[in-house]
Design a protein around this ligand. Structure first.
Ligand code: FNR
Length: 341
C-alpha cells in the first residue's frame, strides 16, 4: 500500500512536470543590471553556511522517495548524481521503513552510493524522537528534515487528519537528535508566522518549499477516485513570496518549490535563501536521461550560477542579497498585502 503510493507520487509528479506551463512567480523577480558591477570569476565561491551547516555548493536534491523497489533504484541514481557533483541530497520520507524494515535498502542505498556526501533524512511531523533517531541512523544522516504537509495529508484519501501535535513533536525531535533539524513544507510554503514558531522550537533552518513547482494537491487529487479537492490547486504561497515574507526572521531559510534554472537559484539566494533545492525537475531529468543527464544538469547549474554571480558582483551566495532586485506583478501585490517594504 505505501509502496504503491510512493510509485504513484513519482508517476504523477513526473507527468505533472512534463505538462507544466513554465511560468511561475520567480518571473516577478528581476535583477537591476549594473554594467560595471561584475567581478572576476576566480573570486567567486559557491560555499554557503547556515545553522552550523557548511556546503561547498548552495544546491541540493530535495526529498522525494524510497520505500519500493522502483523508488530504491531512483534513490540510487539520485545519490550517484549527488556524489559526482558534490550537491547535498535528501531522502524521501523514511516512514515506509518504520512500517516495514525490509525496505531499508531503498533508503540506505543513498549512503552506500554516496559515502562521504551530505545526506538529509526525511520524516513526517508525527514521528517520535525514537523514529527520528532511527531515520538518522539508517542513513548515517548529516541532518534531518521534518516535513509539514497538512494540505497534502488532507487531500490524500488515506492521509493524516490530526495536526495539533505537530508543533510539540517537532520541538521534542529538535531537542532529541544530535544532527541539525530542518523543517520543510512540500510545495505550499512556510509563512513568516510559521518560521517564527519554528525558530522558538529550536529548529536549525527552514525550507520554505513554496508553490510554483510540484503541486501535491493536484497529485493527491489525481490519486483519488474523484478529484474532490481540485479547488486547492492554487493553495499556499509561492517560493519567492515566502522568501520575501521571511525577511528579517532569525532562522536561516532554504528555498525550494518551482526552481527551474540557475537564474531562479540566484533570485532565491538574492531574496535571502542560504541554499536552493529542487525535486520534480531533477526527478524527471534522471528518469528521462539517467544518471548522466542529472550529473550534466547539476554541473551546468553550478557553472551557470557561478557565472551569474560573476556578472552580478557577488563573490559568495550571501553577497547576492546585496544586489538590487525588483519585484513586480502579483508578487509585489503580495508584499503590499503583507506589509513588506
Ligand atoms: C516530494 N516531496 C517530498 N517532500 C518531503 O518532505 N518528503 C517526501 O517524501 C516527499 N516526496 C516527494 C515525492 C515526489 C515524487 C516529489 C516530486 C516531491 C516534496 C519535495 O521535497 C518538494 O518540497 C516539492 O516537490 C517542491 O519542489 P519542486 O518539485 O517544485 O522542485
Amino acid at each position: 500500500m505505501i509502496a504503491e503510493r510512493k510509485d504513484d507520487h513519482v508517476r504523477f509528479a513526473t507527468e505533472q512536470h512534463r505538462r507544466r506551463s513554465g511560468h511561475n512567480q520567480f518571473d516577478d523577480v528581476s535583477f537591476v543590471h549594473h554594467a560595471l558591477s561584475g567581478i572576476d570569476r576566480s573570486d567567486v565561491s559557491l560555499a554557503t553556511r547556515f545553522g552550523g551547516i557548511e556546503w561547498q555548493v548552495p544546491l541540493y536534491i530535495n526529498a522525494m522517495t524510497g520505500g519500493s523497489p522502483k523508488t530504491g533504484a531512483i534513490n540510487r541514481d539520485l545519490a550517484i548524481a549527488a556524489r559526482e557533483t558534490g550537491v547535498s541530497i535528501a531522502t524521501g520520507s523514511v516512514s515506509p521503513y518504520f512500517a516495514d524494515e525490509s525496505v531499508a535498502d531503498t533508503f540506505s542505498v543513498m549512503r552506500k552510493e554516496n559515502p562521504d556526501g551530505f545526506i538529509l533524512a526525511n520524516i513526517n511531523a508525527n514521528a517520535t524522537v525514537e523514529m527520528a533517531r532511527r531515520a538518522v541512523g539508517l542513513l548515517r544522516a548529516d541532518a534531518l528534515q521534518i516535513h509539514v504537509n497538512a494540505v497534502q495529508e488532507t487531500v490524500m484519501p488515506e492521509g493524516d487528519r490530526s495536526f495539533a501535535s505537530w508543533g510539540p513533536r517537532i520541538e521534542r525531535i529538535a531537542a532529541g537528535v544530535d544532527v541539525p533539524v530542518i523543517v520543510k513544507e512540500v510545495g505550499f510554503g512556510l509563512s513568516r508566522e510559521t518560521l517564527l514558531r519554528l525558530q522558538e522550537m529550536g529548529v536549525r533552518a527552514a525550507d520554505v518549499a513554496g508553490s510554483g513547482g510540484t503541486n501535491f494537491a493536484r497529485i493527491e487529487n489525481d490519486r483519488r477516485d474523484r478529484p474532490d479537492y481540485s479547488y486547492l490547486d492554487g493553495w499556499g504561497q509561492s517560493t519567492p513570496a515566502c522568501l520575501l515574507d521571511a525577511q528579517g526572521v532569525g532562522i536561516p531559510v532554504l528555498a525550494s518549490g518551482g526552481i527551474r534554472h540557475p537564474l531562479d537559484a540566484a533570485r532565491a539566494l538574492a531574496l535571502g535563501a542560504s541554499a536552493v533545492g529542487a525535486s520534480g525537475l531533477f526527478l524527471r531529468t534522471v528518469l528521462d536521461g539517467g544518471v548522466a543527464a542529472l550529473v550534466s544538469l547539476l554541473s551546468s547549474w553550478t557553472d551557470q550560477l557561478e557565472a551569474l554571480m560573476t556578472v552580478l558582483g557577488a563573490s559568495t551566495p550571501a553577497d547576492l542579497t546585496r544586489c538590487d532586485v525588483l519585484v513586480h506583478g502579483d508578487l509585489r501585490a503580495f508584499c503590499a498585502d503583507r506589509g513588506i517594504g
